[in-house]
Design a binder for this molecule. Structure first.
Ligand SMILES: *[C@@H]1O[C@H](CO)[C@@H](O)[C@H](O)[C@H]1NC(C)=O
Ligand SMILES: *[C@@H]1O[C@H](CO)[C@@H](O)[C@H](O)[C@H]1NC(C)=O
Ligand SMILES: CC(=O)N[C@H]1CO[C@H](CO)[C@@H](O)[C@@H]1O
Length: 310
């Protein structure tokens, strides 16, 4: 009897807390506005999802403030970078990461793996290039991505700098410039496939980070076969002279300096503006109305039912 009473009291308390918070939240979010309550302005949670490895994870002081400024009050920049992860390790987490379209719109998403997959065989992180490509394809074709109309920015893995890596005990000689290039090529082919007529999945645009950095290092598209013969080595290959550009862009031969992130940001913005115009900040609705439309408006400040919202 006593136990039953206690249980009843407990359930009642939980119920009250739940009810209260539900009302509190609904009062907070059902703000009267000149726009309809179902309009995009009423959905403050639209996001730009960054899905990748440590290069994504460690971008909070560099790439993320730049993107947050660009998309201020339009998209929340959500960092789902997982340090050390390969495409294969990260893929099973996508259902836990990608939000349901009914609650959160995701107009843009990056997929940025390969830097770890490209570790040489024998390393814990090594993923064969065919498996890297098929896993990236699987990630992009995760059904909710296309269903919600998300546009995927597929980033090629950046080049590595063997000069820096080999002098860094932590990474040692786990990666080679010519090998990482093959993974970048695979991502590029995947973007071509995604642009083709047989593709079923979301819209995909390539952000060719490898090419972007290598152009800075003096490589050109005419050198596209570099690294395949012993005579011509890629910038970053320890068999040729040190690349001053890669030393500027990479902090340890693998991760980015501030300058590297800034270069990536400018390229991402350029690609979005030229290839994904619908996701340009100016085209996206602002979250909540401009202050001129609400401050001093008695209807707004009282709330829908004239009781006040807080
Ligand atoms: C891809 O982009 C086109 C043109 O903007 C659009 O009509 C189409 O719905 C998009 N497809 C998906 C799956 O989002
Ligand atoms: C690219 O190729 C040109 C012509 O073969 C060569 O002079 C140049 O050094 C190469 N650049 C790089 C970065 O390999
Ligand atoms: C507009 C709205 O949802 N108002 C609710 C605010 O919360 C109280 C209880 O806390 C409800 O009674 C109102 O209906």
């Amino acid at each position: 009897m006593k136990a039953t009473t206690l249980l009843f009291v407990f359930i009642t308390i939980v119920h009250c807390i739940f009810e209260d918070s539900t009302h509190y939240l609904s009062n907070m979010t059902s703000i009267p506005t000149k726009a309809s309550p179902d309009s995009p302005e009423q959905r403050p949670s639209a996001q730009f999802l960054l899905f990748g490895d440590s290069i994504t994870q460690s971008s909070h002081q560099t790439l993320i403030p730049l993107l947050s400024t660009l998309y201020s009050r339009r998209l929340d920049i959500v960092n789902r970078g997982l340090s050390g992860y390969t495409s294969v390790a990260a893929a099973p987490l996508l259902p836990h990461i990608f939000p349901a379209h009914s609650t959160t719109k995701t107009p843009l998403m990056t997929v940025f793996f390969g830097a770890n997959d490209a570790c040489l065989p024998g390393n814990q992180q090594h993923v064969p290039v065919e498996q890297y490509a098929s896993t990236i394809r699987k990630i992009i074709q995760y059904p909710l991505i296309a269903k919600g109309g998300t546009h995927v920015l597929l980033l090629t893995p950046p080049p590595i700098d063997e000069w820096q890596l080999d002098s860094n005990g932590g990474f040692g000689s786990s990666r080679r410039a010519a090998v990482t290039k093959v993974y970048a090529d695979a991502a590029r082919y995947l973007a071509v496939e995604a642009a083709g007529p047989d593709w079923t999945g979301p819209n995909v645009t390539l952000v060719d980070v490898w090419r972007l950095f290598m152009l800075e290092a003096g490589w050109s598209d005419d050198n596209a076969t570099s690294g395949t013969s012993d005579e011509e080595y890629l910038p970053g290959d320890a068999r040729r002279e040190k690349s001053a550009a890669l030393a500027r862009l990479l902090s340890d031969g693998l991760h980015f300096t501030v300058e590297g992130y800034e270069l990536l940001y400018r390229e991402m913005e350029r690609v979005i503006r030229t290839s994904v115009p619908d996701a340009c900040p100016e085209r996206l609705p602002m979250v909540f109305p401009e202050w001129q439309d609400v401050v001093g408006d008695p209807g707004w400040e009282r709330g829908n039912n004239g009781e006040g919202r807080l």
